[in-house]
Design a protein around this ligand. Structure first.
Ligand code: AMP
Ligand code: FES
Ligand code: ZN
Ligand code: ZN
Length: 310
């Protein structure tokens, strides 16, 4: 007679099978397994402690919704933070969802909006720069705003919801193009450095699929629609290739990433020309930069200002 499959820790029917760990778990034990797994990663990689204040960047997507919920369950001092990017309906929907989740979790929500902070919208800036890469300008501005907010709220660390798929996708891209500087800096922890806050990715060991099942199990809303400017077709190809590998060799993405951190990253770090990486404060905004003159954002803003004056 066929044996009924049960949760590894109780007699309930499984909610999920974690292939690479060969674990069947019911909903309740899956939630505690995920939270404990993240807790162990936070400790192992010395991301932060219960004394630290953490700016948790929440976009409304499943990953960052999972992040805020997990860190809240683990009892950390968190400051949920949302950046309004001013992207038509997408930003409005995202804000509503993030607000709702914070209400459910009984947390305050801190909001900055790009135009309010920088005087121009991303659209105006990319128009003035005559550049079509809306997404890469948006990424630069988001990181800048996170840094400003982290200083304003005097937090110790900035946490983002990057998962294992995001991280291995970036690693794959950086290896294919031999981007040495990026390879030397890629990792779950970016140390505090000359005015830049420490940055951490507590979900970096978890596949996005498991984060999706976590937010579903917790009954939390999240934004399913993609940003209308989201990264193009090349990203999609990397994602497909890596998913194919993972489906056929469970656990290979995590091994790829952990072995990179252990064996390859130190070599790239050594190879980096330390001089070229020296940071100094931007003469306009005091944000640290490795550029010779103003930081990238100040140069974007100066060009935009000139364009709007003419
Ligand atoms: P992305 O670069 O869009 O893949 O997002 C990576 C991570 O950055 C998310 O998991 C969030 O932690 C953070 N993030 C992205 N967009 C926002 C936003 N609008 N507000 C706050 N945090 C964000
Ligand atoms: Fe920045 Fe889509 S979130 S361009
Ligand atoms: Zn169980
Ligand atoms: Zn600057």
């Amino acid at each position: 007679m066929a044996k009924l499959i049960r949760c590894k820790f109780c007699k309930n029917f499984p909610y999920i099978f974690l292939k690479e760990y060969r674990l069947y778990l019911c909903k309740e034990h899956f939630i505690s397994w995920i939270e404990n797994y993240v807790y162990e990663a936070i400790k192992e990689y010395k991301m932060f402690s219960h004394k630290d204040k953490i700016l948790v960047c929440v976009s409304g997507g499943k990953d960052s919704i999972a992040l805020v919920s997990i860190l809240n369950s683990l009892g950390y001092k968190i400051y949920p933070f949302f950046i309004d990017l001013g992207i038509k309906n997408f930003s409005k929907t995202s804000l509503k969802v993030v607000y709702k989740v914070c209400q459910i979790l009984n947390l305050p929500l801190y909001i900055y909006d790009i135009k309010g902070c920088l005087s121009y919208s991303i659209k105006e800036i990319s128009k003035a720069l005559k550049r079509s890469e809306f997404c890469s300008i948006c990424g630069t501005l988001k990181r800048y705003i996170m840094e400003i907010a982290a200083r304003y709220f005097k937090v110790d660390v900035i946490a983002t919801g990057h998962n294992l798929n995001d991280e291995t996708e970036n690693l794959f891209l950086n290896v294919l193009n031999w981007k040495i500087t990026y390879l030397a800096r890629q990792g779950p922890v970016l140390k505090e450095e000359k005015g830049f806050k420490k940055k951490v990715k507590p979900l970096f060991k978890l596949r996005e699929k498991y984060l999706y099942f976590y937010v579903k199990a917790k009954n939390l809303p999240f934004v399913e629609e993609k940003c209308p400017y989201s990264k193009g077709a090349t990203r999609y190809i990397y994602r497909k290739v890596l998913n194919f590998l993972e489906e056929n060799m469970p656990g290979c993405l995590l091994r790829f990433y952990l072995e990179f951190l252990r064996k390859a990253k130190p070599i790239f770090e050594k190879a980096l020309d330390q001089e070229s990486q020296k940071l100094h404060p931007c003469p306009k905004c005091f944000y640290p930069t490795s550029r010779k003159d103003k930081c990238l954002v100040c140069s974007y803003l100066e060009k935009t200002q000139k364009r709007f004056k003419n």
